[in-house]
Design a protein around this ligand. Structure first.
Ligand code: M6R
Length: 368
């Protein structure tokens, strides 16, 4: 049942192209986004002037990405918050607020309580979940189901990529309702999303390279992850995967913060995994990251660089280079996360741990 793989997680990583295409299929028709359940009126959707995204763990990282897309496409301010923090600080909510609750299981206690709190304050709630009929969708006003299929590994992989796609669909739905994008623009954005399963299929070709790299990284004391813009949530996700599976000290940082503290951690041989923005798509940030890499390498870090194919400028500073296909900036996390998932799983395996059932963790966290 593991499809010839040593553990479920690797199978699930390889299922990501299907998870994405199944999630996209049926959610876009006649130039617009189709939700699975929709009890928010067109008028109310148009009046939304503030979005909160609430989630935990990996789902929270996907939520951080929702902010980039929704603010860019819809011009609505978006705040992304850990569900466990949300209701304890008395957030400002009302009828014009949309709360997007993201939960693979649909049963996470903190996310469910955040939804309940939002509803007592008359906010509209839209759930993104991979589990039909689970509690969070049942208590929400609108639902978009990801169709990633069942995920056995405790670590979220294919559901994460499906959540990113779902978040972007919600962004397009809001843009459509508010009229900030024309139908042809919506269709264009959707067609770029629809090309991603193929791009993920091609990034899966790096699996053997990353597995080999893992054999050389499994004795590291710690690993740092750096990124900027959409690469920042990916850095956080890479670090979370390594913590939960390989029980290693791992931290994700926004690369711009290096000089404000984290650079003091750099020492000889410390692996630092860097998410490189596209040189064409984001040339300013590309230049900034390049100088960060140069700096940390000069201080002895071992640089593991995830960069777009054809990024020649980064080569001299990459002790290890993992190439990913060129895709639009907002969509880069869908390809750049994949090597980090494989890296964490394989390091865990080499350290002798159960990749699918890491210690102390449950697939669904139903207590606060
Ligand atoms: O079921 P949910 O999406 O609500 O779960 C949220 C987190 O518990 C989950 O993403 C957790 O962080 C994963 N084990 C990470 O791989």
């Amino acid at each position: 049942e593991k499809g010839g793989h040593d553990y479920f997680m690797l199978k699930e990583i390889e299922e990501q192209p299907e998870a994405l295409s199944n999630t996209l299929r049926g959610h876009f028709a006649d130039g617009g986004v189709v939700l699975d359940e929709q009890r928010i009126s067109e008028q109310d959707l148009r009046d939304i002037n503030k979005v909160f995204v609430v989630a935990c763990g990996t789902a929270y990282h996907s939520g951080l990405l929702a902010k980039y897309a929704i603010e860019h496409w819809c011009r609505i301010p978006v705040e992304v918050e850990l569900a466990s923090e949300f209701r304890y600080r008395d957030p400002v909510l009302g009828r014009d607020t949309l709360v997007v609750a993201i939960s693979q299981s649909g049963e996470t206690a903190d996310t469910l309580e955040a939804v309940r709190h939002a509803r007592t304050q008359h906010a509209r709630v839209l759930a993104i979940s991979n589990t039909n009929g689970s509690q969070i969708p049942r208590e929400s006003d609108a639902v978009l189901y990801t169709h990633a299929g069942p995920e056995i590994g405790v670590a979220a992989t294919k559901t994460f990529l499906a959540q990113i796609a779902a978040n972007y669909l919600v962004g397009l739905a809001l843009a459509q309702a508010r009229g900030t994008k024309y139908t042809d623009e919506l269709e264009h954005e959707f067609s770029e999303l629809a090309a991603m399963p193929e791009a993920v299929r091609s990034v899966l070709e790096t699996v053997p390279q990353v597995r080999e790299l893992a054999t050389r990284m499994c004795d590291a004391k710690a690993v740092l992850f750096l990124g900027r813009h959409v690469g920042y949530p990916v850095a956080l996700e890479g670090a979370l995967k390594l913590k939960e599976l390989a029980y290693m000290h791992a931290e994700g940082f926004a690369a711009g913060e290096l000089k404000h503290g984290p650079i003091a951690l750099i020492e000889d041989g410390l692996p630092v995994v860097v998410q490189m923005p596209s040189a064409k798509g984001h040339s300013q940030l590309h230049a900034k990251l390049l100088s960060n890499i140069r700096e940390i390498q000069a201080r002895g870090a071992r640089t593991v660089v995830i960069a777009e194919e054809g990024d020649e400028a980064v080569r001299p500073f990459a002790d290890e280079l993992i190439e990913i296909p060129a895709v639009p900036t907002l969509l880069q996390p869908l390809v750049s996360t994949v090597p980090l998932q494989v890296l964490a799983a394989e390091i865990a395996r080499h350290r002798g741990y159960d990749v699918d059932k890491p210690r102390n963790l449950a697939k669904s966290v139903t207590v606060e």
